[in-house]
Design a protein. Structure first.
Length: 320
């Protein structure tokens, strides 16, 4: 049996938050002291998508999406990407509160503002393509975020997709089909927010996995996951300004990669399931830490579990 943490241990800062299946925990790196947080109420648990869950910067709430359920024929129902965003408190099991809904659109990526007052997200539908939004959590007021457009290889014009919010609150990282950009905002009032300028964040062409981008605490770097032609994932950082990119976790060792920054910006935590030399899952997932400087040190395990290969038990949320 794992030891029950004291109140002082449970309240310590610098803990890594993660899901074990659908339950939320936090762990003190290097000490292995685990606190189990409140489970989501049962009536919100079945469609709960843990990969969408994002911890607020003040570590009090989680924003997440519930899978949309629709009929697929012959009396059967299927699960689809969320059409709404909910917020729940991490210390309570009450059902999440709906803060935004876009019926008929898929919600792909969501994340918090640095002051924990707003959530930004992207939506997609077949008629309008990608759109970007910001919702005020308390007022549930929805604002459209107008970003620059780009010309895609298919000849159509699409909006950049918002990917992360800078720590100063004035800029976003946003992506097209190969690069990340730094987009500065000039207007953040009224129903439509607008931008004033943009510059490249990443230097090299990448297929960047949506929902994996985040700024370092000092705003000087961006963390993201790339996917190569063989669907292999790697964890990388880029300096703001596109001066340098660093490879932290090479492709081929893990699937389902997701990373976050330590509070001091010196380390990166990530979760993933291990792969063998042929690229098959070996039945072991975990949470690991690597230096953020790209020094090439092997990942240090924080927590690992062995399980059937078709499962994925541990999913990182954030480090607070």
């Amino acid at each position: 049996m794992a030891p029950v943490p004291t109140a002082a241990q449970s309240a310590r800062r610098g803990q890594i938050y993660y899901h074990r299946e659908t339950s939320l925990f936090r762990i003190i790196p290097g000490e292995g002291i685990v606190t189990r947080l409140a489970d989501l109420a049962e009536n919100g648990l079945v469609p709960y998508q843990i990969q969408s869950a994002r911890l607020s910067p003040d570590a009090t709430r989680v924003a997440y999406g519930n899978a949309a359920t629709r009929p697929v024929g012959n009396g059967l129902f299927g699960s689809f990407l969320p059409e709404a965003i909910f917020v729940r408190y991490v210390t309570a099991s009450k059902p999440g509160e709906k803060i935004a809904s876009l019926e008929g659109s898929e919600i792909h990526v969501l994340f918090w503002s640095p002051d924990s007052r707003q959530v930004a997200f992207t939506s997609w539908d077949s008629e309008t393509g990608v759109r970007n939004w910001v919702v005020d959590v308390a007022a549930k007021a929805l604002h459209e975020l107008k970003l620059p457009k780009f010309n895609a290889p298919d000849g159509n014009e699409y909006s950049l997709a918002v990917a992360a919010w800078s720590p100063d609150g004035d800029k976003f990282a946003a992506g097209d089909e190969g690069f990340l950009y730094l987009v500065e905002m000039k207007n953040k009032t009224g129903p439509v927010w607008s931008w004033s300028g943009r510059g490249r964040l990443t230097k090299d062409l990448h297929q960047i996995l949506g929902g994996t981008c985040s700024f370092s605490p000092d705003g000087r770097q961006v963390l993201f996951v790339t996917v190569d032609e063989g669907a292999r994932m790697a964890l990388q950082t880029a300096e703001v300004g596109g001066a340098e990119e660093r490879l932290l976790v090479a492709a081929g060792g893990f699937a389902y990669l997701y990373g976050c920054w330590s509070p001091d910006g010196k380390s990166i935590a990530f979760s993933g399931t291990r792969l063998d030399a042929s690229g098959k899952r070996v039945g072991q997932s975990g949470i690991y830490v690597v230096p953020a400087d790209g020094s090439g040190e092997s990942p240090t395990p924080v927590l690992e579990e062995v399980h059937p290969p078709e499962q994925f038990r541990l999913r990182l949320v954030d480090w607070r």
